[in-house]
Design a binder for this molecule. Structure first.
Ligand code: FAD
Length: 221
């Protein structure tokens, strides 16, 4: 958001990127600081009006002029899920056991963003595609196990790492025993994303777009 060109990042808790590895968080904080971006921690957005924003910090609300607000505070659980007669947390996610069965209804499974899940080690799971994909294997197995009277498996999460883009040519990544930042991390992140594209057609289209776009930007300028 702008206040005479100033960009502020507003975060309600006392930490940005709470569920990220420490290294990624520190690199991100440094990049924000290098870019001159103010980070307002423990600050809540109280109201957004046409050209002002109200920010509350320690019970005091300030109204600031603003040009642009980018709202990125997360996703909401679908009402269909929120209305199910199951135990929910305050965000309306279904509370599940490590087997991914609803806490109060064994035999009903929930996974992905709609599930409030702790894994076999008691770790709270973040709502990421990485978690959802790994949970899918366990749910498949556990449904089969429940039908064939075999023991169910508690969800065990294997964190493959995290890659964050930091602007147009920088990134930070932690994973596979590596910690990288800067332009090298940006290239590594792109290669990893290309590798994870579902089909060769996706890989070629996305890869070509990445190569052609900088050229097009220069020519069209
Ligand atoms: C901007 C953004 C960036 C992200 N980046 C990453 C990332 O880099 N890495 C990562 O691991 N995770 C990332 N995530 C999180 C990741 O996308 C989710 O954790 C993941 O998609 C969860 O999978 P899911 O199957 O639970 O839900 P979803 O992928 O959301 O699938 C739910 C599906 O249900 C459909 N649906 C909803 N309501 C109904 C209905 N009533 N009837 C029928 N269908 C319905 C929806 O259309 C949707 O297709 C990102 C999320 C966002 C928003």
């Amino acid at each position: 958001m702008g206040e005479r060109g100033r960009v502020r990042l507003v975060e309600r808790t006392d930490l940005i990127l709470r569920t990220s590895p420490e290294y990624n968080r520190q690199v991100a904080q440094k990049v924000l600081s290098d870019l001159g971006i103010w980070v307002d921690l423990e600050t809540a957005v109280a109201e957004v009006a046409a050209d002002t924003i109200s920010l509350t910090f320690r019970d005091q609300t300030d109204i600031l002029p603003v040009d642009l607000v980018l709202w990125t505070v997360g996703t909401r659980v679908n009402p269909v899920i929120a209305d199910l007669p199951l135990k929910h947390n305050e965000r309306q996610q279904v509370v599940v056991m490590p087997t991914l069965e609803a806490a109060d209804r064994p035999g009903v499974y929930a996974l992905g963003d709609v599930a409030d899940c702790r894994d076999a080690e008691g770790q709270q799971m973040p709502t990421t595609a990485q978690v959802a994909l790994q949970q899918a294997d366990f749910v498949g197995w556990n449904i089969w196990a429940s039908l064939s009277e075999r023991p169910q498996l508690p969800f065990r999460y294997r964190h493959l790492g995290e890659m964050l883009t930091l602007g147009t040519h920088r990134a930070t990544l932690t994973g596979l025993g590596l910690q990288l930042d800067g332009e090298l991390a940006h290239v590594a992140r792109r290669l990893a994303y290309l590798y994870r594209m579902p089909t060769l057609t996706h890989q070629v289209r996305v890869g070509l777009n990445w190569m052609i776009k900088p050229l097009r930007d220069v020519l069209v300028r």
